[in-house]
Design a protein around this ligand. Structure first.
Ligand code: HEM
Length: 486
């Protein structure tokens, strides 16, 4: 998502020239963009692409918590690292702060019916439709299935083996999202998708694949043409799965996303079209596995370099306690947010903080800057899960899943998955890091450990010494809470 947001901001702002603009709003308040670097837009764009974390840090030091960036040829975007202002944007009136508008570049992939691309009533309607797939009973089964998947993966880690933990976590996360979306194991869907989806994600890594200007066939050799070919193969698998599920008499009893969508109806009672179901399936797969892959890789990358915290975690897990495990997941997503920004586009002029912003302005709330705000977090760069122990960090500005009516639909699933997998890993193996701390690098749609969380297996603990399985409760978003979010 991060990379797409990056590309979105480059591609969708209109041409305005390089000068900072100022004009009067209706109430006489001056509309001025916040200060920002004076380097040419092309250079800022390159810095944002290749070294986004140092760029954000530098801008905060020079210009404060709200600044402008020129990404691409058009009007600057406004980057917000102030926790209060950021929250007011993320949770602001969804009719004024459009999110779907900023995700336009996903359209050729996810299709026009994707939750990520919708705004207003249509967005809420789709969200309500998907909610039953995230219900409690399904969640408990999901935790047990993830544990089995993780157990299988970890069993193959022989002592002395060198691992890229990111790749190992990808295998677990992919199998897990397949369970959420399609239900119990179904080789005819899982197997082809396990090749095709990562290939599609890799092809999206190139800016030339997503920016509309580069959407040319070039005799079938362009990045866009190659991406389309993979997408067609994915569509064939998805449409086949939809057709089979429509014929499956047991789909009435099933609670996975595909079954929920096959049973869902429009307000006039008509069923969803295949195309609508396909768009939501692909959206959830794309949003739901790369994110947890990076989150898990970061947890282990940080824990391996924090011996005290690793020891405490192992000890509490051995005693069957969850509190520290929960804090480790929260602290990982704070200090290494895998989706580093969320974006909104203003549909009308708005005063935010003490400044008036013009309709059309793209506001990018930097989760990274909010989470490392020195007034909110002592020693913000330190990995210290203890800060979430007292009351779960209720008063901290912790927003890894965004918020308001756009809050990540898979937030509970993601945290349960991360806890189940971490419990399995730290109780079954002793790992040591290979090399120094890893940089935060762009990887497909998220920020991930730059060397893939390189590790060596020191010891594998036999299952008898490992703790008994525990169940995790999955808090469920319900329709009321979605309405309350508005
Ligand atoms: C560590 C893992 C994850 C992180 C950090 C994460 C983060 C996010 C963020 C920041 C947003 C945008 C929220 C906003 O605009 O305010 C989002 C949206 C979304 N996420 Fe996640 N996510 C994760 C895992 C998942 C999983 C596992 C699923 C599905 C099973 C999922 C499905 C979605 C969907 C459908 C949306 C769009 C919601 C909407 O627009 O209404 N995510 N996520």
């Amino acid at each position: 998502m991060a990379r797409a947001l990056l590309v979105t901001s480059i591609a969708s702002v209109g041409a305005e020239g390089m000068k900072e603009r100022a004009r009067r709003g209706r109430n006489g308040t001056e509309m001025t963009l916040p200060r920002g670097p004076s380097a040419p837009g092309a250079l800022q764009t390159l810095q944002w692409w290749f070294r986004p974390i140092p760029l954000m840090d530098r801008c905060r030091r020079r210009f404060g918590r709200v600044f402008s960036l020129r990404l691409g040829p058009g009007r600057p975007v406004v980057m917000v690292g102030d926790p209060e202002i950021g929250k007011s944007i993320i949770t602001g009136d969804p009719d004024v702060f459009h999110a779907g508008d900023t995700n336009g570049l996903f359209r050729p992939l996810m299709g026009s019916n994707s939750l990520l691309l919708l705004d207003g009533e249509e967005h809420l309607r789709h969200r309500r439709m998907l909610l039953p797939a995230f219900s409690a009973g399904h969640g408990r089964r999901f935790a047990e299935q993830v544990r089995e998947i993780a157990e299988r993966q970890v069993s193959s880690w022989a002592p002395g083996k060198k691992l890229r933990l990111r790749d190992e976590m990808e295998a677990i996360s992919f199998a897990s999202i397949m369970r959420v979306v399609f239900g119990s194991e179904d080789g005819s869907t899982h197997e082809p998708l396990s090749e095709l989806i990562p290939e599609m994600m890799d092809r999206c890594d190139s800016p030339f694949a997503l920016i509309p200007w580069f959407h040319r066939q070039a005799g079938g050799l362009s990045p866009w043409a190659r991406l389309l070919r993979v997408l067609n193969s994915i569509d064939a698998v998805l449409y086949d799965a939809i057709r089979q599920r429509r014929r499956d008499p047991l789909s009435e009893l099933r609670e996975d996303v595909l079954s929920v969508l096959v049973k869902a109806q429009h307000e006039d009672g008509s069923p969803l079209e295949d195309r609508e179901i396909r768009d939501e399936l692909l959206t959830l797969i794309m949003a739901g596995y790369e994110t947890t892959t990076s989150g898990l890789a970061w947890s282990l990358e940080r824990l391996m370099r924090s011996p005290e915290q690793m020891e405490r975690l192992q000890s509490e897990v051995r005693d069957g306690k969850d509190e520290y495990l929960d804090a480790v997941v929260k602290e990982t997503l704070r200090v290494r947010p895998v989706v580093p920004i969320v974006a909104r586009r203003l549909t009308e002029d708005r005063v935010i903080g003490d400044q008036l912003f013009e309709r059309g302005t793209i506001l990018m709330v930097s989760i990274y800057l909010v989470h490392t705000d020195p007034d909110s977090f002592g020693d913000p760069d330190e990995f210290r899960p203890e800060r979430f122990l007292a009351d779960g960090g209720r008063d901290l500005p912790w927003v890894p899943f965004g918020g308001g009516s756009r809050r990540c639909l898979g937030a509970s699933f993601a945290q349960v998955e991360m806890k189940v997998v971490l419990r399995e890993v730290v109780s079954r193996v002793q790992l040591e890091p290979v090399g120094g701390p890893e940089p935060q690098s762009r990887m497909r749609f998220t920020f991930a450990p730059g060397r893939g969380a390189a590790a060596r297996v020191v010891e594998q603990v036999p299952p008898s010494r490992a703790p008994a399985t525990r169940r995790f409760r999955v808090p469920v978003p319900d329709e009321k809470s979605v309405q309350a979010e508005r």
